[in-house]
Ligand binder design. Sequence first.
Ligand SMILES: Cc1cc2nc3c(=O)[nH]c(=O)nc-3n(C[C@H](O)[C@H](O)[C@H](O)COP(=O)(O)OP(=O)(O)OC[C@H]3O[C@@H](n4cnc5c(N)ncnc54)[C@H](O)[C@@H]3O)c2cc1C
Length: 475
Amino acid sequence: MGAGSAGMCCAIRAAERGLHVLVIEKDSVVGGTLHLTAGHLSAGGTRRQKSKGIDDSPQKHFDEVMKISQNTANPEIVKLATELAPKTVDWLEDNGFEFAPETPAIIYGHAPYATPRTYWGNQDYAGGRIATAGITIFNTLKPIWDKYVEEGKIKVLLEHKLTNLVKIDNRVVGVKAQHEGKESIFHGKNIVLTTGGYASNHEFFKKVTPDHPRLISTARPTSTGDGIIAAQAIGANFKGAEMHNSTLGGIELEPMSGRTDFWKQWARVSNSVDRKPREIYVNEQAERFINEDEPNPDVREKLVHKQSGRRFWLIFDETALMAGASIIPQWTQEKIKEECQNEKAMWKADSISELAQKIGLDAEKLNETVNQFNQNCKDKSDPDFARNLTNEETVFPIQNAPFYAILTYAYSLITFGGLATNANLQVLNDDNEPIEGLYAAGEIMGVSSTSGDAFCGGMVLTPALSFGKYLGEVL
Ligand SMILES: Cc1cc2nc3c(=O)[nH]c(=O)nc-3n(C[C@H](O)[C@H](O)[C@H](O)COP(=O)(O)OP(=O)(O)OC[C@H]3O[C@@H](n4cnc5c(N)ncnc54)[C@H](O)[C@@H]3O)c2cc1C
């Protein structure tokens, strides 16, 4: 069910074994999130690492995932994921996947691994610029997929939406799917749910993550949790949503739209390795709450989660705007100035008081916060947050009008809750017993299963590909 990252791999491997595979896909195209993902894969013990003299193994990868996630990830599932990961990366390479030349690398967008074990493709990565390099994976899988579709080994029903699972006693024997308003039943020996996460389903997100203020999403619109909802209806166990974590810097250009775009409108505030801070971050109380130079993304994410509304404003002046790499990676400084005229997500003012009034913060408090920061810059010391103000690169007193504010949210690319499975990837019921005939692979299992409440690099996409591939090999 679902022809995305996990589903395509599953169907391809099963077809290779001569099985007859029926794929039900609600979209008009296959590929799912492969069309959008950054495509960072992580694996320890690959051929490519060996060829570059990098000493690594699934066990070392496992140990680091458990350490980064502070043991909140599911060890049984991480074990399987890390063991399968190098086989998946080697398999992609065997099928023509071309690596970006600098990979494997250590990346700093998430808490970094100690070893270079992150890989991405060479298509749409533009010399190291973060981009939708996941398309390299899609372009590797699609010709194999097309071949099996042509040969009749994979039968695909596009624009067919899974609605229900058909269960007799404790065994799932089929599914119901809707096409052009008509519902049909399809039977199958084994049903593999690969319908992805729920980061585009605001209602479901709110229900399972009630403490999260508002979903600001950049997921594919197809990620609506349909497979989870269908499985829950027959008693499947859903867990892990309370571990939800978000990415920093989402800009909601249309207020209350609930949407942002990871590739077009996010402020690079995820860590201070890529770009040193030239601004301060203030919360709804118009106070700083973080060392803006803090390099660890995990520390930053968790601090933002403690702020009301899980949002903050970047406050800076004209000097800081113009001083270096753009605060919004794909935008010029001119474009930021233009957007300020809309006064929806970005604002510009001649004084801090006027800026505060425009963004709805307490003017006296914001002046106090800015004045204190400016004094800290003079003193070369930041007693409350320990930002290194002896480093010229981070000393930007906010004093040259116009002054700017950009509102950013903790936003969601992926979702952490999902269907509980055992190590055979069988979906479990509320008594933790397997539901016969029903399997799950990919984000539908919840990112918390492979990454806990943290972001472990590559530990969403790689397990999706690996688990789909594995089920195609063993079922
Ligand atoms: C912008 C972005 C960047 C990312 N970068 C990374 C990264 O660098 N590294 C990493 O590890 N992870 C990353 N991720 C996460 C990762 O890419 C996804 O979690 C993963 O691709 C999901 O794979 P999947 O097979 O579970 O779901 P998908 O690829 O989303 O596939 C699900 C498929 O099921 C279909 N479907 C849904 N509902 C139904 C239904 N009712 N009936 C039939 N079909 C249905 C969908 O249309 C879709 O085709 C990123 C995600 C995003 C959004």
